[in-house]
Design a protein. Sequence first.
Length: 115
Amino acid sequence: MTRIMTNQLEPGMVLDEDVRNCNGNVLIRAGTELADKHIRGLKMWGIDDVAVVSEGAAGDDSSAGTVDEALLEATRQELSDRFRHTDVGHDAMAMIFDFAVTHWARQKVQRSGNG
């Protein structure tokens, strides 16, 4: 993970953490591949920096950085049953849930590439 100033972002970079506003609401989810519209939005929202997936980081490969939005949504549905007794409205639990979704989806991508 690398933190990058918003004015240095480029389309194609992948968020490593959710981007949240000052109230803790998710603006853009982790795993999103940034497009021009995302970068403009971050600047308008006053977000100074974000965490992006580091190229060449240990354990990273080209398929692990980008996860298809459909796969993320399917993984959210799958994990929502496991988190059914948890208040994912709480900021800390929401972050844990989002991390779990991204992690599980990346694992699925890696397994499908290796299988």
